[in-house]
Design a protein around this ligand. Structure first.
Ligand code: SF4
Ligand code: SF4
Length: 169
């Protein structure tokens, strides 16, 4: 089952319920959540083709480390300052991030033109594959339920398996 983005956007009530579930999950100690998340992440990416979506690159701004800015600028034959001025800004908490969406490196075919040297923030996205799933709930998964079909899939399946009330230890 591939959950198209359009369907995800219409599913506002379900997204609100899943975010509430995530907030609860953050506080409860449930055995095996991280292992379950890894399995569901694998299932999600067997169902979902990111090249048919690219919503992260279209609507969210990745953050960059200085070394990544330098690497990408050099790859494009630009100076660090030239690349920064054209594409980047510093946000309220001091992170370097894209100025515009969609990302300047996203092609019409939904491919990333700097895929091999993209920032770690992009290569790690949507972070549902990380071992410490719960730690990513407040800053990442709650937000991404609204944007990323893979995150939506993982959290929805997790909700179906764990339910809202089942609590262990
Ligand atoms: S990571 Fe999520 S938002 Fe990005 S392309 Fe894949 S399914 Fe879409
Ligand atoms: S650098 Fe590539 S992967 Fe990252 S947002 Fe831009 S197009 Fe997407």
């Amino acid at each position: 089952m591939y959950l198209p983005l359009k369907k995800l956007k219409k599913n506002r009530t379900q997204r609100t319920m899943l975010k509430k579930f995530l907030r609860g999950l953050e506080k409860r100690k449930i055995r095996g959540v991280d292992i379950l998340a890894q399995k569901l992440n694998g299932d999600a990416f067997r169902e979902i083709d990111c090249l048919k979506c690219a919503n992260c690159c279209k609507t969210m701004a990745p953050t960059f480390k200085k070394a990544e800015v330098k690497r990408i600028a050099t790859h494009l034959g630009m100076t660090y300052d030239g690349y920064f001025k054209k594409y980047l800004k510093i946000d309220k908490v001091g992170d370097i991030m894209n100025k515009y969406t969609p990302c300047q490196h996203l092609g019409k075919d939904n491919m990333c033109s700097i895929y091999a040297i993209r920032p770690k923030d992009c290569s790690g996205f949507p972070h549902t594959q990380k071992r410490d799933f719960t730690e990513f709930i407040p800053e990442t998964h709650i937000q991404n339920v609204d944007y990323c079909p893979a995150t939506y899939y993982v959290v929805e399946k997790m909700f179906e398996k764990l339910g809202a009330k089942k609590q262990v230890s």
